[in-house]
Design a protein around this ligand. Structure first.
Ligand SMILES: NC(=O)c1ccc[n+]([C@@H]2O[C@H](COP(=O)([O-])OP(=O)(O)OC[C@H]3O[C@@H](n4cnc5c(N)ncnc54)[C@H](O)[C@@H]3O)[C@@H](O)[C@H]2O)c1
Length: 376
């Protein structure tokens, strides 16, 4: 197979290291460069993946690598928009890690830049490609998929637990000093991470849910910073939100990074004709009327990751990837709606006017003295 797509990774020090490896071994891609403000991290990744070129500034990467076809952006959230716009202005396609951006203004800048410069923009929601979610989508959308139709959706519930320690926030990599944001780590801060669990971990769940049961009509939400070990972060670690959809269904979502021993993540979508439930990769469904003999379909859904193949197909055929910019924006809109509801203590309706500053959250521990044991 010809390695026809010349690729680079911006931010290979963390998640981007996995991307570099994947691109290096991919049949159709050639990893030609990595770019990280932490030069030794970038050099380490380059050495491990074919000795590609190393840059410490994205502007240099685009200036020197004239043959570049696409970049994977795996930098902290506040950099996704400026780096996507820069790539698009250099006629380079972009596969940007989730979340798309930290607010709707940034998401719109990315969409406009990609459309104006005719480059492909994809957002890194790999869970969209898992079979378990395909089944849920088909069942909820009323198609006669393998699980049958749920009929009209009545209600839905999501419990998403993604435990993160205090150290996870304290030890995250430092912000880029050339961007003008105040020094420090990037996670746990409104200006650089954009929110807490909502934007970093739960953004996957939010993306899935808006896709499966949305579009939403309104929501009202509460958010706090509850865990003692999260006393020093600005952003939320626990959220509960109530939704209405445009089709009239009601639902709730609960998110938390606070629980060390949390139960498995769980989604239930209930319709007039039955329900479908997932716990991790395990699905249970009952899609007959209750007066017939009840039956259940418990099975393990195999994982299938093809975000990258879908993106390559989109570039090759000049069409949108499954999660294009407009699609990636939807979870940002839900997150901003939740934060707006928390800040203004009211129900928020879609489409959302993104005018909020950040809420001052109720942090149960901020006033208490912290010990080292609380953080470790
Ligand atoms: N899709 C997923 O499941 C998934 C999983 C983990 C992380 N992510 C996403 O990946 C992104 C990175 O997260 P992470 O956990 O790897 O963070 P990280 O802090 O571990 O890595 C970010 C890297 O970006 C570098 N960087 C910072 N500013 C830069 C700049 N101006 N130019 C170039 N490099 C710069 C840092 O030095 C660091 O090496 C985030 O958007 C995160 O949400 C996605």
């Amino acid at each position: 197979m010809v390695k026809q797509w010349k690729a680079a990774v911006i931010g290979p020090g963390g998640r981007g290291g996995g991307w570099a490896k994947r691109l290096h071994v991919h049949d159709e891609c050639e990893l030609i460069a990595v770019c990280d403000i932490n030069k030794s991290r970038a050099e380490h990744v380059a050495r491990a993946n074919g000795n590609c070129n190393v840059y410490t500034k994205a502007s240099e990467l685009f200036k020197k690598e004239g043959l570049l076809d696409f970049v994977v952006i795996a930098t902290p959230h506040y950099l996704h928009a400026p780096q996507t716009v820069l790539a698009a202005e250099n006629d380079v396609h972009v596969l940007c890690e989730k979340p798309m951006a930290i607010n709707l203004q940034q998401a719109d800048q990315m969409i406009i830049a990609a459309r104006k410069n005719c480059v492909t923009l994809g957002i890194g929601f790999q869970h969209r490609f898992e079979v378990v979610h395909d089944y849920m989508y088909d069942a909820a959308r009323g198609k006669e998929g393998e699980l049958g139709s749920l009929g009209r959706i009545t209600d839905f519930t999501l419990w998403a637990r993604h435990y993160r320690s205090g150290m996870y926030y304290m030890a995250s990599s430092p912000v880029d000093p050339s961007t003008g944001v105040s020094p420090g780590q990037w996670r746990g801060r409104w200006a650089t991470e954009g929110a807490g669990i909502l934007i970093n971990q739960a953004v996957h769940d939010i993306d899935m849910f808006q896709w499966i049961v949305g579009p939403f009509k309104s929501l009202s939400a509460h958010a706090s910073t509850i865990a003692r070990e999260h006393a020093l972060i600005e952003v939320e670690d626990t959220v509960t939100a109530c939704f209405t959809t445009k089709d009239g269904a009601l639902g709730t979502m609960n998110f938390s990074t606070s629980n060390k021993k949390a139960p498995q993540n769980r989604i239930i979508v209930q319709g007039e004709n039955g329900y479908v439930e997932s716990r991790g990769q395990f699905i249970t469904a009952d899609t007959r009327y209750k007066d017939e003999e009840d039956w259940e379909v418990p099975f393990m859904a195999p994982k299938r990751h093809n975000l990258l193949e879908n993106f390559i197909d989109a570039m090759a055929n000049e069409k949108d990837p499954m999660v294009c910019g407009e699609e990636g924006r939807k979870s940002v809109e839900v997150i901003r709606a939740i934060l707006k509801s928390v800040q203004e203590e009211r129900t928020v309706y879609f489409p959302v006017k993104d005018t909020i500053t950040y809420p001052t959250l109720h942090n149960l521990n901020r006033d208490k003295p912290l010990s080292v044991d609380d953080i470790l």
